[in-house]
Design a protein around this ligand. Structure first.
Ligand code: GLN
Length: 457
């Protein structure tokens, strides 16, 4: 813990952390030492971790990357935070992210960008950018992230680390500051599939009293059997018989050649390990973008209404009456991207437009989920790129938010369907920047995704 606190200070320029508190971290580390001395063997005893700043923590401030929550301290820990702490983890601090997890580059944070350690002029991806930077720069062995439309997978891909978004509902959302509740999901970001498995085993599982959308399935030990070949396969060809589906829509002209090259090489390696590659179709892939950018802002406009300067958050200094206070507090507290999404969300939910936008988007969402089920008739996992390019320059997409939305094309479909997805580092593209392979599984197939990634790694 001492070593990593020193590393965090030495690399402040990366913008990974929003909060550190040496005294708190060292006290937690001493408590872990004491548990160890008493002979306790918890799975993460003494392992330092850090949390994305949209997960509330009682021992550290939580801002969600927003001025709105500057100085806020939660009276409780998010369930995933509490579970990691109970398993012995030590919290090093809170990690930078796009404001309320809205973004793809961590450049929408009110506290400044996080920087990609492979090239500090480039974004680390987002919204879990600080988590990706901290793991990639070896400031911490593993971190939590959250993924609504790609925010674990895309920054993992951009920084060359491993991250998994579980099936929607696998991890409790209690204490995850809501962006789009029907999509939000927490997950681990780490150096390897094995480390992700270790964390996810602790984080996952039902939380019926606190999150009614958490799914009623017992927690699994994702590390068990990780080294075993798939049933019927041999140690030399551990993926024997695995059918990997390649959606033709993910391999078209929209994806840069420097991204496709390492992905094709990784798929060839999977073939060498025994897998069979099959062509599949996800015909509504393009529609995932308009559907997501209606549904997510719609939910956000509702979720963010609680930040009114009364119950939570920043309150303006000078105002005339209640409405003026709301208006000024929200205008000052929310950054431009958050305001844009509140406007879009309010618009698509308004009487007269609801059927044309929101209802239509929900119908498309259902069709996208059905397309995946049709595809899984022909394959066991789906593979493709995480993002159409490598990490871009900081500021490059700021003036054109739609350009950033379009770059989410390969992560949004699995999000809308609620399917588990992960990013596995497979090589490098233009400028020597990392490229991740996305693996998508059917519901509750986290163990299979982690297994495939582990055999590849
Ligand atoms: N880039 C997407 C968005 O801005 C996804 C973000 C996320 O998964 N939190 O909404």
């Amino acid at each position: 813990t001492q070593h990593l606190l020193a590393r965090a200070r030495a690399h402040e320029g990366l913008g990974a952390y929003l909060a550190l508190d040496e005294a708190v971290s060292l006290a937690q580390a001493r408590a872990a030492d004491a548990r160890l001395a008493q002979g306790e063997r918890a799975p993460l005893l003494g392992v330092p971790l850090a949390h994305k700043d949209v997960l509330v923590t009682k021992d550290f401030p939580t801002t969600a990357g927003s001025k709105m929550l500057q100085g806020y301290r939660s009276p409780f820990d998010a369930t995933v935070v509490a579970r990691l702490a109970a398993a012995g983890a030590v919290t090093l601090g809170k990690l930078n992210c796009d404001e309320f997890a809205m973004g793809s580059g961590n450049d929408n944070s009110a506290y400044g960008p996080a920087r990609n350690p492979w090239d500090t002029t480039r974004v680390p991806g987002g919204s879990s950018g600080g988590s990706a930077v901290a793991v990639a720069a070896r400031l911490v062995p593993a971190a939590t992230g959250t993924d609504t439309g790609g925010s674990i997978r895309q920054p993992a891909s951009f920084t060359g680390i491993t991250g998994i978004k579980p099936t929607y509902g696998r991890c409790s959302r209690y204490g995850l500051i809501a962006y789009a509740s029907s999509l939000d999901q927490a997950g681990p970001m780490a150096r390897s599939a094995r480390d992700c498995a270790l964390l996810l085993s602790v984080m996952a599982g039902p939380d019926p009293d606190r999150d009614s959308t958490s799914l009623d399935r017992p927690a699994e030990d994702y590390t068990r059997g990780l080294d075993d070949p798939l049933p019927g396969a041999t140690p030399q060809r551990p993926l024997e018989g695995l059918r990997i589906g390649l959606p033709r829509e993910f391999f078209g002209a929209g994806c840069a050649d420097d991204v496709l090259a390492p992905i094709r090489a990784a798929l060839a390696e999977c073939e060498r390990l025994g897998a069979v590659l099959v062509d599949i179709a996800l015909p509504r892939t393009e529609l995932a973008i308009p559907a997501y950018y209606i549904i997510a802002p719609a939910e956000a406009s509702s979720n963010l209404s609680r930040f009114d300067g009364v119950k939570f958050g920043h309150r303006a200094q000078d105002y005339t009456d209640l409405l003026d206070m709301y208006k000024k507090s929200r205008s000052e507290g929310f950054g431009p991207e958050v305001q844009r999404r509140i406007l879009i969300g309010t618009y698509v939910l308004s009487h007269g437009y609801y059927d044309a936008y929101y209802l239509k988007a929900q119908q498309i969402r259902r069709l996208i989920a059905q397309d995946f089920q049709a595809a899984f008739q022909h394959c066991d996992v789906i593979a493709g790129p995480v993002a159409p390019t490598v990490a871009w320059a900081i500021g490059e997409k700021t003036a054109d938010p739609v350009a950033a939305y379009l770059a989410d094309i390969y992560t949004l479909p699995a999000s809308l369907a609620g399917l588990p997805g992960m990013s596995v580092p497979v090589g490098f593209g233009r400028g020597g920047m990392p490229v991740g392979l996305q693996l998508i599984g059917n519901y509750f197939q986290e163990a299979r995704l982690l297994g495939v990634a582990h055999h590849y790694q």
